[in-house]
Structure formats: structure tokens, C-alpha cells
Design a protein. Structure first.
Length: 264
């Protein structure tokens, strides 16, 4: 009776690696990803004013449409605020620019433990993950930010008959913190189909389990939509919720394509 081959020597798998070789490989991949992010950050720093102008468009448009007095402005509270905030903006731009390299390094690190038929997904994975991330960034910029500012500005105005006026002059730091966090986190959320695809390839979940969980996924999507868009408009909440639901069912379709074939 033949004995089963150890992990790493089975046909189609990559060569076996010791724990120290895995750590060295991890260090190499993290270093290359860091260099890519650093390079993107340098590019973001050289284009910081142009990027800030692009990031301010939803805020300025919502300000004008609401008819708020004066011109929108950002304040700083200390001499270092401008430098630190611009550095944060450049780093966020670096993450977006380096996304394809980061995703490639991630796949290259896990690929030695996969079968040859699974390693051939490296190019589709990099393309799909980068596209989903950029799609999430675009969704946050063109949909979520305008809806958020429109609602926040609707809370401003006269408070009572005494003439007290509630206005807004955000700081540079708080504005960038809110905008960049929302954009980057939405890009990460849009990676849901790829994340579930990994779970399917690893045999942790099955497409049938994803289908059975779909009712709870729909409920969670509406909860997230209500939290992410606190405005009174039901249309904005539905837009976010239906986008999350579409991502989940897209993940189910991908799962049926990628599910491991049962061996005889």
C-alpha cells in the first residue's frame, strides 16, 4: 500500500519550504509591497495639491447646492497640520496606486502552497482585485461622499428664532481623515468576491453554504447601508445596500466556477 505524499511534494504543488524559508519569503514580499507603496506615496506627494482638489469636489459641490454662505474652507490648528495632512493624503494615494503590486505580492506568497491549476489564476486575480478596489474607490467618491455631505449639510442652518446659525468650518485634518478612510475602506469592502473566492479554493466554505447564508447577507447589507448613509433619503441607503448584495451574489457565481472538483 502506498503512503500519501507529504504536503509540498504532491503532484502539482510547489516545493516544500521550511518555516524559516516561509518567513524569508514573507519578508521579501512585504518589502516589495512596502517599496511599491512608498513609491506611490512619493508620487502622491508630488501631486498633493491636484489630488486634494479632486478630493474636494464632492464637498464643494454639496456646499454650493445647499446654498451655504461664503466659500468652503479648510482650517488648520497648528503649524504642522498642513504637512501631516498632506502626508496622510500622499500615503492614501500611494495605497491606491500600489494596489496591483500589493495584490500580486499577496498571491505570489500563497501560490507555492496551491496546485498548478490554482496558480494559473494569478493574472486574473491581480486584474480582478485591482479592478474591484478601484471600483470601490470610485463608488465612495462618486456616490457615498456626495450623499454624505448632502446629508451633513442639511443639518446646518438656523437653530431657533433667536437667529443662532449652525455652520461648518472643518479642519484640514478631520476632512482628510473622514474622506480617505471612507474611500480606502470602501475599496477594501469591494474585495468581498475575491475574499470569498479564496475561502472556496481553500475548501473552507462551499457555494451551497454561501447560498444558504444569503438571507443573512441581505439583512447585513441593509444594516450596513443604513449605517453608512445616515441621511433620511431611503434611495441612498438602498443604493449602498443593493451594491453590497450584488457583490455577494457575484461572489456566489464565482464560487461555483472555482469550487474544487470532487475526486473519484
Amino acid at each position: 500500500m502506498s503512503t500519501p505524499a507529504p504536503h509540498g511534494t504532491e503532484e502539482g504543488l510547489g516545493p516544500s519550504m521550511s518555516i524559516w524559508e516561509h518567513l524569508d519569503e514573507l519578508r521579501s514580499r512585504v518589502t516589495q509591497a512596502f517599496v511599491a507603496v512608498l513609491g506611490g506615496t512619493v508620487i502622491g506627494w508630488t501631486q498633493r495639491e491636484r489630488i486634494l482638489g479632486w478630493l474636494l469636489r464632492p464637498y464643494e459641490r454639496a456646499w454650493v447646492e445647499r446654498g451655504l454662505p461664503g466659500a468652503p474652507e479648510l482650517q488648520t490648528l497648528s503649524p504642522t497640520d498642513v504637512f501631516v495632512s498632506y502626508l496622510q493624503l500622499a500615503f492614501s494615494a500611494g495605497l491606491v496606486l500600489a494596489a496591483p503590486v500589493v495584490f500580486y505580492q499577496l498571491w505570489a506568497f500563497v501560490s507555492p502552497g496551491l496546485y498548478a491549476r490554482e496558480r494559473r489564476f494569478i493574472v486574473p486575480f491581480v486584474v480582478a482585485s485591482s479592478s474591484l478596489f478601484v471600483g470601490g474607490v470610485a463608488f465612495a467618491f462618486y456616490v457615498m461622499l456626495p450623499m454624505s455631505y448632502a446629508y451633513f449639510f442639511s443639518l446646518l442652518g438656523p437653530i431657533n428664532a433667536g437667529g443662532t446659525l449652525l455652520t461648518q468650518r472643518p479642519t484640514f485634518e478631520y476632512y482628510l481623515d473622514f474622506s480617505t478612510r471612507l474611500i480606502v475602506s470602501t475599496g477594501v469592502v469591494f474585495e468581498l468576491p475575491l475574499f470569498l473566492s479564496f475561502l472556496v479554493l481553500a475548501g473552507i466554505v462551499t457555494p451551497r453554504q454561501l447560498v444558504e447564508f444569503s438571507r443573512w447577507a441581505i439583512l447585513l447589507a441593509f444594516i450596513v447601508g443604513a449605517i453608512a448613509t445616515p441621511g433620511p433619503e431611503i434611495s441612498s441607503q438602498l443604493l449602498v445596500s443593493f451594491s453590497l448584495i450584488a457583490l455577494y451574489f457575484l461572489s456566489i457565481g464565482i464560487a461555483f466556477v472555482l469550487k474544487p472538483r470532487a475526486k473519484a
